[in-house]
Every structure is written in structure tokens, then in C-alpha cells.
Design a protein. Sequence first.
Length: 699
Amino acid sequence: MASELLLEIGAEEIPASFILPALADLRRIITERAAEARLKLGEVRTYGTPRRLAVWVKDVAERGEDITREVLGPSARAAFDKEGKPTKAAEKFAESQKLSVDALLRVQTPKGEYLAAKVEEKGRAATDILAEVLHTAVHGINFRKAMRWGDVDQSFARPVQWVVALLGGEVLPVVFGDVKSGRVTYGHRFLSPAAIELARPSDYEAALEKANVVADISRRRALLLEKVRAAATEAGGQLMEDESLVDQVTNLVELPSPVVGSFEERHLELPPEVLVQEMKSHQRYFSVVDANGKLLPRFIAVSNTPVRDVKLSLRGYERVLRARLADGRFFFDEDRKTPLADRVEKLGRVVWQGQLGSYAEKVERFRSLAVKLAEWTGRGEHQASIERASTLAKADLVTGMVGEFPELQGVMGREYARASGEPEPVALAIYEHYLPRTADDALPTQDPGALIGLADRLDTLCGIFAIGKGPSGAADPFALRRACLAVIRIVLGRGYRFSLSAAVDEALRLLAPKLANVKRKASEAAPREQVLDFFRGRLKALWTEQFRTDVVEAVLSAGFDDLVAARLRLEALSRIVGQEDFAPLAVAFKRVANIVEKQGKDVVAGEVDTGRLIDDAERNLHASYFQARSLVAERLQSDDYSGALKEITGLKPAVDTFFDKVMVMAEDPALRENRIRLLTEIGTLFNQVADFTKIQSEL
């Protein structure tokens, strides 16, 4: 009969950002180790609060599955002598498997005939398997930071207080430091501090709820949102939605209890981003806005316990915020005393990256690149705004406000530019060159900020790859993946048409003085290739979320130097690839490509000699190609990729007839070479849209 499993690790308050990764580790370790032991598990759920990490499993099998496996022994030649008698090798192998030599099997392998033994391996009892699995899981969580306490040798996010390990009604033996597993858990630290004895795992969630703990993270999050939204309505406004803050606060409490507070209206004179950041970063307060999204002098604080004396509690919350806002106002007033342009000189003393120089040097580079991008994209009329905004783009990094709140860089640059009398397009570009900051953030609304943002990110990508510090595995300290995706989103979102490879070349040219002494391994790809390959990988990951992987690969293999064109080609190809008549077309092209690849290596590049087209089928194919080539060029010129594909598709009958009637590999070398050249031209025409050999077609 199947049982339920519960593992709970109780600890001092675990940092909110540690909880979800730790639960993912627990789930992974338990499921993987159980699978290795052939123990079947049913549904797996995780629970987490600041004081506990837990995994509950339904329908745990009583035992691991039995298996019969074949154990290979010595070769038959080594196992028997010339007279056919068993050698010591055979006898020792049989003895090791607890069998007689007669019971051994003879099996054929790629290396010849060998002796083998069929061994039945009984599945172990679930209690034995899980005692080991849970011990491994408890000790195997990978915390970003861990600590030791007392005389305990092991480390954990915070000191472990208790461990619950139950399989059905039975306690499994698990030890962490000086804590031994049992069936006792604890509820809310202040509201229900008494011990709770669990009879079985199925009692867990309900028992904690009675003890004022909502252990299910998704339920606690929904409850938190419901309560803070109601509190915002009570305050006369509505909640400023902030998913990251909701996630953070969810894992700071076990029972969310919001209260509404207020701050002085005079602070609304500060930029709203400053107020929101003060409330969010330091206090984890939610902001309240009116129907038009304008900030109100209200906030919502979330306590871990229901507030008994609201006035007393609010005095504490408001006192702390009052001090924070006073600091913010001080920074804002002091920073504005110095024009933003006067701060630019200080950027020469702020290091951006050790090998790549200061922020002043970075600004010089991306200003030049942004002007070049404006020229390439036909936005040259913005050159003056681009040059001025680029010069000032990083100046707010040396202000007091950004020193206190790095998240406000760009925001404060915009505000201080306005205060300094800079033109609005310049102030807006300073802010927008940071957009998008996240995957779902808004794009720049104007060209100057968008082009500066592209140049800044391309400088970062090229510089970091050139000094050999690109992403490695999950590590991406310079956020290059985010920068690359931002470039892609801006280019596609704003419809910019320029050569990506030329932009990379220009960025590397501007970086050249800093890269002169950089040493690279002989086997390492050049920075240019690394950066472009990185873009290819990001494009593939992004586009395969929406389109077939093979279609994406086909388009990227045909080139992505013009990102907008590549996207249009992808959309056009995706519309026809599922049609019934497409599969034969793909097969025909693959046949063309295969012949060109295998036989065209020794063919000297050149035009088709029409005088050597002696067969009607090849003359017809050449004429069809010649006509299609000009039509395809017209369609490509106007970005009509669906039309280009239609023209290419029209070549299929001529291609089929050619293969039916013409022997490509003719005995006459001149004829053979001419026919391969013809097929090469056909392949080149196809490749202007996609590499059809990458498409998986079924006939």
C-alpha cells in the first residue's frame, strides 16, 4: 500500500530570496535519488516560509522495483581452455555472482563472445531508500550563502531547529548536526509557538494553518495580494502592482497582515521613482496610486502578525519612512546644486571595468557608436541630441541619490538634466537608454535613447567578450544575456535596419586601444565571432518560444545580420512550412544542397555556360531560375518574403524534371561542372530566405 512522505526542515528565519531555490534543490534531489533507487513517487509538492522548507510526496511505493540485469564477465576465449574446461577466470566470475559456471550465459558483443550472468536485483524497502535520500537532500541544498553555528560541522542558510521526516506514520531517521528527525513541527513563532505533533504527512498543511501558518507559497501569495489590494482601496486608491515585491514579501511572512500608513504630502514633490524606491528597497512597503496612476501619500506595510494596536504600529512604520524620505529629499536638493554637465569630468575617476577603463572612456566609445548607428538607420537628424545625451548619460552615477539607490540611475539623470535646463529630448534619452531593464520592461519611445542604449550595450558585449569574461554556465556577472536580448528587442521593436556585424566591428574598433595587450588562446574564437555567435544563441532561444526549432535554425543559418529581415523571413517561412505541398519542396532543395555539398567542392566557382546546357530539362531549369531570380530580388527588396518564397516554390516542377531527366554526374567533366554550377545557383537562391536542409519534413 502506497504511503505519503513529508520532509520539513525548520530553521531560524531564512532570507526570502533563498527559499524558492532551496525548495527546487530539495525537489530535484529527492526525485532524482528516488528514481536511481527505482522507487516510484506520485505527486510532489513543496512548501516554504521564512521558518521552514518542506516537501510532501503522495503515493510512495512500498519498495523499489525489482530488476533483472545482465553482468558481463570474461571473454569466452579467456573463460575456457583448449579442452573446453572452465578457467580460473570463469570460476571466479561465477563465484562472484553466486552461480555455478554451468548457469552462466554466453552472449555476443561487438568485441566477441563473452560470459554473462543474469542477476535479479530486488528492490529495497522504501524506508531504507528514503532514509538515505532525505539525508542527502537535507545536506545537499546549495545556498548562495550559508553559515555554521555552535559545534555543528554542517552549514545551512540559518541554524536548523527541527526536522520532520515521516513516511506514513513512521519516522525516518535523518540527522543534521545535533538535530534528529521526529514528527514535531511548530506553528507561527508568536501566535502559535507550541509544538505540533503530526500523526501522518497528510495532516501537515491543515495543522499549520490552524497554527497561523500558510505554508503553501502560491496560496500565501494570493492571500497577500488580496489583502494589500483591499488595503489600497481602503486607503482611497489602488495598489501599484509590483510582482517582484509581492514575491519578496510573500517569503518574508508566514501570515500576511497589511496596515495602511501615510507620509507627508510635501514629499510628493520628489520624483515618484524616488518615493517608490525608498518604500520598496528599504522597507518593503507597497505604494498606492490613484486611478490615473499618480502616487498618493499612502503606503501599505505587511506585518507577519495581525496588528493589535494599529496606531502604535503605524507610528513605527511611518517614523522609519519619514527618515528615509528626509534623506531622499536631502540628496535630491544637494544633487541639483551642481549642473549635471559639471559631473561628467568625475566619470574619469570611476572605473567601469579594470581592463576596459573608466566610465568616461566608455562614454566616448558608445557616443561615437551611437552617432554611427543613427547614420546607418537613417536617424541622422538626431545627432545633436544623441551626442549631448551620450555625454551626460552616466553623469548621475556620481550623484548622492544614485550612490544611495543604484536602481535609480537614468531616472535621476533625467531629473537632473531637466533641472539643469537641458532640452527635453536629451533628458528623456538619458532615462530611456537604460530601457528595457528587464525582459518585460517597456522599450524606449524615442530614437536618441534607443540608439544610445544599443551603443552602450554593444560596447559592453564586445568589450567583455574580448577580454575573455563572457558568460559561463549560469554565471553572467556582466548581465550579457540581458544586454543581448535588450539589443534584439530594441532593434525589432523600433524597426532599425542596419548590419549587426558592422556594428560589432565598429564597437571592436573603438575598443581596440584597450584590447591591444589582451592575450587570447590560439584555439579561442575571435571576439567578433564570439559576439555574433552569442546573438545567434539568444535569437534561437527567444524565437523557439514561438516558432518551430527547425524553422528558426533554417532562418538563422541563412543569416541574421539584418535582424528585422531575419524576423520577417522567419514569419514568412513559418506560414508555409506546415502546408501539404511544402514537404516535397524541402526534399527537392535538400537534394540540390546535398549534391552541391558533396560534388561541388572541386568545382571552380563561375557562371553557368548556357552553351553547355544540352538537355531540355536543364535549359528549362536555367530559364526558370533566371526568371525567378529577378522576381525574388524584387520581393526581397520590398521585404515581401512570402512573395519570395512563392517564387522559389515555383521552381519545384523544373527541379523535379531536372533530376528525373538529367544525369548530374555526367562522364564529361565540363558537363558535370556546368550542372553543379546550375544547382549551386539554385541553392543560393533558396538560401536568401532559409537553409531548407535544416527543416525536418515528413513525406
